[in-house]
Design a binder for this molecule. Sequence first.
Ligand SMILES: CC(C)(COP(=O)(O)OP(=O)(O)OC[C@H]1O[C@@H](n2cnc3c(N)ncnc32)[C@H](O)[C@@H]1OP(=O)(O)O)[C@@H](O)C(=O)NCCC(=O)NCCS
Length: 377
Amino acid sequence: MTDKGLEEVVAASTRLSDVDGRAGRLWYVGYDIHELAARSTFEEGVYLLHNLRLPTEAELEELNERLVGEREVSRFLAELMPTLAQQTSPMSMLRTSVSAASAYDPDGWDDSPEANERKAMRLIAKTPTLIAMYHRMRTGQEVVPPNAKLPHAANFLYMLSGQEPEQEDAAALDTTLVLYADHTMNASTFTARVIASTLADMFSAITGAIAALKGPLHGGANEEAMKMLEEVGAPERAEAYVKAKLARHERIMGFGHRVYKTEDPRATHLRRLSQEIGERKGDPRWFEISAEIERVVGEEKGLHPNVDFYAASVYHLLGIPHDLMTPVFALARMSGWTAHVREQYADNRLIRPESEYIGPRNQRYVPIEERSAQAAR
Ligand SMILES: CC(C)(COP(=O)(O)OP(=O)(O)OC[C@H]1O[C@@H](n2cnc3c(N)ncnc32)[C@H](O)[C@@H]1OP(=O)(O)O)[C@@H](O)C(=O)NCCC(=O)NCCS
């Protein structure tokens, strides 16, 4: 029997993250996501995922310096960007840029574990720069170079807007990056591991992961959720909107999950952030619309919001353009993807599942000049 969604298949052993879908729990390397969301930074999460332990102060300081030192993108990418900014969507830009970044990586064709660790850190460090550069160029604004004094999340907001963000905004973005950093065998991570299992290089694996993340059933959901919040426009319109959508058998983006059968623990934090930022900025409307949609979808379908639903209003309130919401997911997940690729290389076996053949059998080859339309079919 075909397991179409591979729901029951355990395709890899990992030390990176674990999910209990019934209890609504998530851990990175054994640390509860609730504790990490409250206490960790994105950079600390990067260290954890890549070293399987939390860093000391000195180790974290060293990692921060490395990431800051790797933020600038190559001249090749900077020259490619105006064309990408004019011609492609943000996720296509990111997919193409990561693929193109392999051309000038200082480690070149070196696929040793040490080189792959360096490639991973470079990809993590440069992704925010690529996204911000793209956005500044497409909107006809000066590109803002990275600010070495700012941490990862704050620096991204700075490069995007040209202004140093408020501390609370930077902290909120940082928490979302921790929440998005890794999530077991999701579609994009699986894609990355399949590519890595052929012993193709890190850039190939991550390019594939970005391609998989792009779809609305995966990372594209936060952007789609934001479109819905705008379409609804006011809390009192949510009920009729959701009911009409469900009557048309359409999916409500940002709801439901393959693994979680209860509240997604990441949604708990994003809901709180959405409310807090909305109140702080005097713009509670997006949270109120979201909460009302959550109530109606819960009553009508028994579905819970996933990570992408409240991320939409949080990112909107942080001034992140709607079509950059999925790239921001990628910026965070870069830490998990690269760690999974390294883990796959470390204990590799080619991933190659079976398929169930359902086509005709025992066909007879008819020479082309003897084929009627019927026979050719
Ligand atoms: C995430 C998702 C793909 C998981 O789906 P899945 O495990 O494959 O579940 P299925 O697609 O088999 O759906 C099971 C049932 O729930 C319904 N369902 C699941 N998610 C739904 C949603 N967001 N809105 C409406 N109905 C939904 C399906 O229509 C189906 O109902 P049916 O049995 O009456 O046909 C799915 O919930 C979805 O499409 N969500 C919206 C996109 C999204 O937010 N993605 C981000 C995930 S983090």
